[in-house]
Design a binder for this molecule. Structure first.
Ligand SMILES: [Zn+2]
Length: 205
C-alpha cells in the first residue's frame, strides 16, 4: 500500500495489528476516524491507554477489575465457598448473564495448551490450589470449554486438589463438544450450571 501520508500509514499499521483486522479494514477505520470530531478520537485513544495502564486483576479471583477486589468477590451475597473455574473474563460475563450462579469465580487466564506453549505455570492454577489447601472452598465447579485443552486443564487441576477434601463438579454439557462458553445461549448455560454433575462422572474412560 502506498500512502500519501506517513501519519496515515502509521495509524493503519497500528490498527492492523489487532486480531482479524487486515490492512484494508485498517485503512477504512483510519479514514473513518479522520472524519470524526477530534474529541471522539481523543476519548478513544484515552480509553485504550487507560485499559492497558490502569486495569487491575482481582487479587482473589483474577477477574479483570478496576479495584483490588472485583465486584463479585466484594459482594456479601455471593458464596465464596462455591467457586466456578473459568478460562477468562468472557466466561465470567457469560455465566453472570444467566443469573443462575451465586458463587464466586476463579479465572485461570487460559487453558493448558502445549501446542501454544502454555503450561500450568502460565495460568493461575497455583493460587487456586492454595485456596483449596487453605480450606476456604467447599465446591469447585469446572466450567472450561469441552475441548481437549479444557479437559486437560480440568484433569490437571483435579489431580492437584484430589488430596484435599473438596467437592468437584463440572457444568452439565448441554453445550456441544468444542463450543466455547461465551457462545452458549443463556438458558442452556444457566441450566448446565444448575444441573452440574460430579467431575468423576464426566471423565471419559
Ligand atoms: Zn474477584
Amino acid at each position: 500500500m502506498d500512502f500519501s501520508s506517513k501519519l496515515l500509514e502509521n495509524a493503519v499499521n497500528e490498527i492492523s495489528q489487532l486480531p482479524g483486522i487486515g490492512k484494508r479494514t485498517a485503512l477504512r477505520l483510519a479514514l473513518h476516524l479522520l472524519r470524526q470530531p477530534e474529541e471522539n478520537t481523543s476519548s478513544l485513544a484515552e480509553a485504550i491507554t487507560k485499559l492497558r495502564s490502569e486495569i487491575k486483576f482481582c487479587k482473589r479471583c483474577h477477574n479483570i477489575s478496576d479495584f483490588e477486589l472485583c465486584e463479585i468477590c466484594k459482594n456479601p451475597n455471593r458464596n465464596p465457598e462455591v467457586v466456578c473455574v473459568v478460562e477468562d473474563v468472557r466466561d465470567v460475563m457469560a455465566i453472570e448473564n444467566t443469573s443462575q450462579f451465586k458463587g464466586t469465580y476463579h479465572v485461570l487466564g487460559g487453558k493448558i495448551s502445549p501446542m501454544d506453549g502454555i503450561g500450568p505455570n502460565d495460568l493461575t492454577i497455583h493460587s487456586l490450589v492454595e485456596k483449596v489447601k487453605s480450606g476456604t472452598i467447599k465446591e469447585l465447579i469446572f466450567a472450561l470449554s469441552s475441548t481437549m485443552e479444557g479437559d486437560t486443564t480440568n484433569f490437571y487441576i483435579f489431580k492437584q486438589i484430589e488430596p484435599f477434601n473438596v467437592l468437584t463438579t463440572t457444568i452439565a454439557r448441554g453445550i456441544a463438544v468444542g463450543d466455547e462458553l461465551e457462545y452458549a445461549d443463556e438458558v442452556t448455560l444457566g441450566r448446565s450450571i444448575v444441573n452440574r454433575i460430579p467431575f468423576e462422572n464426566s471423565l471419559k474412560i
